[in-house]
Design a protein around this ligand. Structure first.
Ligand code: ADP
Ligand code: MG
Length: 690
């Protein structure tokens, strides 16, 4: 189906390799290698019209004038510098060119030329370095056309890319339309062919806009539709386990045994899960709930339901610390609950850092089917683990094990497909969730346990640090509080940020430190320590042996220490708001009032203000998005989706909404689109087989 790159005139093996470095493997890839920007060369300015803004914003501009003082200087074998002065009626600019020996030969004094480049302010005059130029400004129409700017790899230049793409179109038959005609009509899109030509060779800005809109739409629409189809397919497949016969008396007993009432949000999500689990279709559900909304209990309910039907439940956490904590909490939660036969519920922990003997025993328990519930980390999906009758696989905290979940099935000796539940605290707007998790049903866990006091967040300048630490010490000695101090860095670099090692050293040795003075016990944890060391430092903190934990963001997810009521975040401006919110979720887990102190520089007012004002992760993430603009904010890489070629999930939300509406509509009337659906199914990449 695809045409090799070498079919394009001008491309031999070497160039093909260089293009491959850009992910371009065939002619079709090259045609959809979209420009990352454009040069607008028709924007000719007189020299007196150059503004300070042109200089600071580095807007490239076109100047036309006559040249004088052309001088070439040979510096060394691969460096020749040519300088000249370009003047128009209103002023002059010094032009410098590097290694343009061949082209420079065509220049002579008083010649009229046009140049295109960035203007900078030199000591004596305005300057322009290495501009594109033409010696024939009156007739060279090509020079003034809009020029696409492509991503490059070593060895390639913009001119080569432009030529290759032009030549690629010469040998390509009309690119195939890939949107249904009624949508093209409804959205007034150009055809795919027109859009592709205009994105590469636009005549004006309107061309670019229309082409880009269509191509972005096409990309988002197709991915959304693919995900919907994958989801429908999964749902249509019968043969998953029905857990309808679970002993509800025992589940009720468990709910009654909890030291709290389930929140309305927890009950609602539990209802969604019950419906999924009772049906013979496989559950593929994402529970989206802010930190502290109580996702763990919901997971335990689902696991209990599965094991009561004679299946095993698997619970995967992203870190050792979290897996251990879940293990100990869930053991406690289920301590008084017995299986219908009177057996205790057997829970097995499997993580990478278990001593060999314990690991062997855990593996044996799992293999023999002695364990009802298996809790662990990635170690669970590594070789050597054979599950008996896995009925439900739950992954905690946004880790999408994706394809790997399949391996579990292959490892199991019975050929049954387990229900899948994903728990995430990543607060994302619904439109984005629909794409990033488009293959899953989504339940939003709203609200938080009401007896909790919201964390009080305070923003303070770094010169207040001494007072903050004194206040924290006071809370430790008087109220037995525990304190996290979070840092953006492990070791001190050249930046002026405070590293965790530096701060730890200072605060535990300096005689002026309140921690030293009051003999406060401290711990240090960061990502460069071994898993075992990390776990033991964490455990000391969880058990209350240490009162202050100096850390990096390794404590980010899930850890629950009720006595920890203070979190101090150093260089808070270095973190994204969604991340600050997740970190803050580590405190405020007990009955006492908790505090989060953001130690920051004066410059980051508006973002920090949001943190002071809101405790709602979803609200915070939307505001942060508005302030920070596009970027890989929520980690699309993690989503398992193929990278987008042109669409930007964050700045193209309007187009995304249209594409989602249309995809939903199409799905409703799917019988009218037989051929189109067949086509979409034929192009589903293997990457999104989640
Ligand atoms: P997350 O959603 O962040 O994973 P957890 O499940 O860890 O939250 O719950 C956080 C804390 O709230 C735990 O200490 C848990 O025992 C408690 N909790 C959960 N549900 C309730 C509830 N309905 N009422 C009171 N406390 C609850
Ligand atoms: Mg959790």
């Amino acid at each position: 189906m695809t045409t090799p790159l070498t079919a394009i005139s001008g491309i031999q093996q070497t160039r093909a390799k260089q293009l491959e470095a850009l992910g371009v493997r065939c002619v079709e890839d090259l045609i959809t290698l979209y420009p990352r920007g454009y040069e607008f060369r028709a924007n000719v300015k007189r020299i007196c019209e150059i503004t300070g803004a042109d200089i600071t914003a580095q807007t490239a501009i076109t100047l036309i004038g006559t040249i004088s003082d052309v001088k070439s200087k040979y510096i060394r074998s691969n460096l020749t510098i040519t300088s000249m002065r370009l003047s128009d009626m209103t002023g002059s600019v010094v032009i410098t060119m590097f290694n343009q020996v061949y082209n420079v030969k065509k220049l002579y004094p008083n010649q009229k030329i046009a140049v295109f480049g960035n203007v900078t302010q030199g000591v004596y005059s305005l300057e322009m370095n290495n501009p594109a130029f033409t010696i024939n400004p009156d007739n060279d129409r090509d020079f003034f056309e809009i020029k696409p700017i492509y991503p490059l790899s070593a060895g390639l230049s913009q001119n080569m890319m432009r030529k290759f793409i032009k030549n690629a179109f010469a040998i390509t038959k009309a690119p195939k339309e890939n949107l249904p005609s009624d949508i093209i009509e409804k959205r007034r899109f150009p055809s795919r062919k027109t859009a592709l030509i205009n994105i590469h060779f636009p005549k004006n800005e309107a061309d670019i806009c229309a082409a880009r809109k269509r191509l972005v739409y096409e990309e988002l629409f197709i991915i959304q539709l693919m995900l919907m189809l994958i989801k429908t397919d999964k749902k249509a497949a019968d043969g998953a386990i029905s857990f309808a016969n679970s002993d509800n008396g025992i589940i009720d007993k468990f709910i009654r045994s909890l030291p709290f009432e389930l929140t309305a949000g927890q009950r609602k999500v539990w209802q969604d899960i019950i419906i999924d689990m009772n049906s013979t279709k496989a559950m593929n559900r994402l529970v989206l709930g802010d930190v502290g909304s109580g996702k763990t209990v919901v997971a335990v309910l689902a696991m209990l339901k599965a094991i009561l039907c004679g299946y095993t439940a698997v619970f995967m956490a992203p870190t050792e610390i979290l897996a251990r904590q879940h293990y100990s909490n869930i053991n406690k939660m289920l301590d008084n609950i017995t299986m219908p036969g009177g057996d205790k519920i057997k829970i097995t922990l499997l993580t990478g850092s278990l001593p060999l003997k314990e690991k062997r025993q855990a593996l044996e328990e799992i293999k023999q089917g002695f364990s009802h519930i298996i809790i662990g980390t990635h170690a669970l999906i590594q070789a050597g683990v054979t599950f008996r009758r896995p009925g439900i696989v739950i992954t905690d905290e946004q880790h999408r094990f994706g394809v790997k979940q399949r391996e579990i099935l292959q490892n199991s000796d019975d050929n049954i497909s387990p229900d899948v539940l994903v728990m995430s605290a990543t607060p994302i707007p619904r439109t984005l969730a629909l794409v990033l998790y488009g293959d899953l049903d989504i339940s939003t866990l709203k609200g938080k346990p009401s007896q909790r006091k919201p964390v009080i967040t305070l923003v303070r300048q770094s010169d207040a640090r001494e007072n903050i630490y004194k206040w924290a010490t006071d809370q430790i000695t008087r109220k037995n509080a525990q304190v996290y101090i979070v840092h953006p860095l492990i070791e001190q670099g050249e930046s002026d940020m405070l590293s965790v090692e530096e701060n730890y050293k200072k605060m535990t040795t300096d005689a002026n430190s309140p921690f030293v003075e009051k003999k406060i016990s401290t711990g240090l944890v960061h990502g460069k320590m071994s898993a075992k060391d990390k776990a033991s430092v964490m455990e000391d903190f969880v058990n209350g042996k240490t009162s202050v934990l100096f850390s990096t963001t390794v404590i980010e997810v899930g850890v629950d220490v009720p006595k920890a009521t203070i979190m101090i975040i150093e260089n808070a401006e270095r973190f994204g708001l969604a991340q600050l919110h997740q970190l803050r979720g580590r405190v405020g887990r007990g009955a006492d009032q908790s505090y989060c102190v953001l130690v920051t520089r004066a410059s980051d007012g508006p973002r920090m203000k949001i943190m002071e004002q809101s405790n709602d992760g979803f609200e915070i993430s939307e505001k942060d998005l508005e302030l920070r603009g596009p970027g890989d904010f929520f980690g699309t890489q993690q989503s398992g989706l193929p990278p987008f070629k042109i669409a930007n999930l964050y700045s193209d939300t309007d187009i995304l909404k249209e594409a989602q509406q249309d995809a939903l509509l199409l799905e409703k009337n799917i019988s009218e689109y037989d051929d189109y659906i067949k086509y979409i199914k034929s192009i589903i990449p293997s990457k999104i087989s989640l």
